[in-house]
Design a protein. Structure first.
Length: 319
């Protein structure tokens, strides 16, 4: 039985082992310490208190806390590129090999603490985590020309000419350009009182109870407005433009570099896979890329690498 924290790190550091690593995962011979910890926690409590990094699990298992060493700006954990192409005996500092050996020792300590019992889905969950971590590590390619076209379409659909009805009805104050003493332009400003009045009227028109916040104000959350917007063209237009702007800032802005790195978590409390973005590099939630009517597909901006295929599998159709 092979145990590792992340098989993706192995094949990134040692590409010659790629075929062997895939073969071991496919045979169910590799178990991931983080996945094991998650399954143990779910069985005991039904909730997950992770993420379960190696150092956190090692400390719980009785090993020393190496977080201060790991979090140093000059830590070798972020400098292994200096060792690319070098044999271990030629690594520039003894600290590199000491760090790798300490990680291996921590891994063994954690596994012994977790016990030898294997959970029924553990091999499958570990394999899924491995493949999803490859997506995070290698990233997904994006077609820059498609991204530019989609970006331009959204700019046109959120331009002032489309916002004008929202200015006219008082939902927004129009933007103020720079000039005179104003060095920077002032963006359009949402007027909350007219918005609350429109939402309340739309709720009454459809026979809904007007929801209110704990402070007594009319609830104008996206959830409430989505229920009543079809009865008020201005609310519908507001939601449409806000969704387009959010898509542009959340997704398209990250796709412009030609590659994105979505993060995945193979196990959450519901037993499903989740995804999230990161502020450290071009990244977003890779599971909920929106479909926008009248806009060049955002999902279609993601393309396969040369020599690879990009497949879309719908479990609903499979069932």
């Amino acid at each position: 039985m092979h145990v590792c924290e992340s098989g993706s790190n192995t094949i990134t550091t040692f590409p010659d082992l790629k075929c062997a690593v895939f073969e071991k995962y496919n045979r169910g011979l590799v178990l991931d310490l983080g996945v094991r910890q998650t399954l143990r926690q779910l069985k005991r409590t039904g909730i997950i208190t992770g993420p379960y990094g190696l150092n956190k699990m090692a400390v719980k298992a009785g090993a020393g806390d190496r977080s201060e060493f790991k979090d140093r700006e000059d830590s070798v954990r972020v400098r292994y590129r200096e060792c690319d192409g070098l044999r271990v005996e030629d690594w520039p500092e003894p600290e590199f090999s000491e760090y790798a050996l300490a990680d291996a020792d921590d891994g063994a300590t954690v596994f012994e603490h977790q016990g030898w019992k294997v959970f029924p889905t553990e091999a499958f969950n570990s394999r899924a985590d491995f493949h999803l971590s490859l997506i995070t590590g290698r990233g997904m390619w994006t077609a820059r020309a498609r991204v530019r076209r989609a970006d331009q379409m959204i700019l046109e659909l959120t331009a002032d000419s489309r916002m004008q009805p929202l200015y006219d009805c008082g939902l927004y104050d129009p933007p103020i350009p720079a000039g005179g003493r104003r060095k920077k332009p002032k963006p359009a400003k949402l007027n909350t009182k007219p918005l609350q009045e429109r939402v309340a009227e739309a709720c009454k028109a459809q026979g809904f109870k007007v929801r209110r916040t704990p402070s007594g104000l009319v609830d104008t959350s996206a959830k409430v407005m989505s229920l009543v917007a079809h009865s008020d063209p201005m609310l519908k237009l507001k939601i449409e433009i806000e969704n387009l702007k959010k898509t542009r800032s959340t997704y398209l802005s990250k796709m412009r570099q030609g590659i994105v790195y979505p993060n995945f978590n193979v196990l959450v409390s519901t037993g499903r896979t989740s995804s999230r973005g990161s502020e450290l590099y071009p990244s977003f939630n890779g599971q909920n890329i929106p479909r926008l009517e009248g806009v060049l597909g955002i999902r279609e901006c993601i393309v396969a690498r040369p020599g690879h295929l990009l497949l879309s599998v719908d479990y609903g159709n499979q069932e």
